[in-house]
Design a protein around this ligand. Structure first.
Ligand SMILES: [Mg+2]
Length: 218
């Protein structure tokens, strides 16, 4: 089999939370007298590092603290996070890949403790051999964490057996940095036009993702 291991992104990829992120962001934007965003505008502009995205939308971090805005965002998100549903077919799809003999893990820009709680809440802990998140709430990105994740999985010498599946251009950057293949889904935080043309496969949903992973088997 070509792939032994699937590294999943969490937010947007397995968890359908873009709508909630937009609602919370719009609350913060109204407080700062900025124009709220539609979900489509968000998907057309959202990117890591998150601080740059906020600046593009008009936040001025010379007068406001980014840490404070991050804290407000995270506390609102955490209050409401379980209003989100998993993306359609998540459980069946994780089970199908497990039955096909693939190991799976999660690499997220989410705080690691919160990631652990969320994965447990949705009943998915049993599917994953490892969960890696960040140790802060700044959502800077996950390249370093990705490298450590691969070492902890003891796959750093065989990264070509790993495929990282995510929903943002940053997931592609992380995959490239750790030497893994990448598959992107456009049902999450980024509009399909921003994912295509990167030389990476893009699919619409988890059913297509499973098909893609299994078709890549030797
Ligand atoms: Mg994501």
């Amino acid at each position: 089999m070509r792939y032994r291991h699937v590294i999943w992104d969490w937010n947007g990829t397995l968890l359908d939370d873009a709508w909630l992120c937009v609602e919370i962001l719009n609350g913060l934007m109204r407080e700062a007298n900025l124009r709220p965003l539609t979900v489509d505008e968000y998907r057309a502009d959202f990117a890591f590092p998150v601080v740059k995205f906020y600046e593009r939308r008009g936040f001025d971090f010379k007068t406001h603290s980014f840490d404070k805005v991050s804290e407000q965002y995270i506390s609102a998100y955490n209050r409401r996070r379980f209003e989100c549903k998993l993306q359609p077919g998540t459980v069946a799809m994780l089970a199908q890949l497990r039955e096909a003999g693939l190991e799976q893990s999660v690499l997220s820009a989410y705080h690691e403790d919160t990631l652990r709680e969320a994965v447990e809440h949705y009943g998915l802990t049993k599917f994953f051999t490892r969960l890696s998140g960040l140790d802060n709430i700044r959502a800077d990105g996950k390249v370093d964490r990705g490298k450590a994740h691969l070492r902890a999985l003891k796959l750093h010498e065989a990264p070509h057996t790993v495929v990282l599946i995510g929903d943002t251009a940053h997931d592609h950057e992380v995959a490239a940095a750790i030497g893994a293949d990448c598959l992107l889904l456009h049902h999450g935080h980024m509009h399909p036009t921003r994912l295509s043309g990167r030389g990476v496969s893009v699919v619409a949903n988890l059913a297509e993702a499973v098909e893609w992973v299994l078709a890549e088997r030797d």
